[in-house]
Design a protein. Structure first.
Length: 154
């Protein structure tokens, strides 16, 4: 028998300390670059969205790469691209960690709409509220003090 997969994921990750460092002027370039990384690794980016402090992906990933490895490639290469090509005033970084949630084919339309309407969604809800809600809906147990990195001010 041949092997068949349909590994759909809703992936969410934020900027370092959730600072609003993704600028509208280069957001599309960042999103396109992320799509290229996924394609290079035999995956398909179905859609990408977000606001100035985080990104949502709906992606079909290859069974030949672990989700954690894909996110390491996406985050390290995209931050390098932003810093070397776009050269923002403040160095661009992603927060450690991410959320990856499996998606049923029957829910792709609903998740796509959610991902593509992030600006509207965040008029009423912070990223922190959104992410905690996702963890709870997916019944993921967590310790609140370890969900988000906190900036240490000295």
């Amino acid at each position: 028998m041949s092997t068949f997969t349909n590994l759909l994921f809703h992936i969410v990750y934020s900027t370092k300390f959730r600072k609003p460092t993704i600028e509208k002027a280069w957001q599309d370039d960042l999103h396109g670059y992320v799509g290229g990384i996924i394609r290079e690794n035999k995956g398909t980016l179905l859609c990408i969205g977000g606001v100035n402090d985080h990104v949502h992906l709906l992606a079909k990933l290859s069974p030949t790469i672990a989700v954690s490895d894909m996110l390491r490639l996406i985050k390290s290469n995209s931050s390098k691209m932003v810093n070397e090509q776009i050269k923002p005033k403040v160095p661009f970084e992603w927060q450690t960690g991410y959320g990856a949630f499996s998606v049923s084919e029957s829910q792709v339309g609903k998740v796509r709409d959610y991902v593509l309407n992030q600006e509207k969604h965040h008029r009423n809800k912070t990223f922190q509220e959104e992410f905690i809600g996702m963890l709870e809906r997916h019944q993921i147990h967590y310790d609140p003090k370890y969900v988000f990195e906190q900036e240490v001010i000295q």
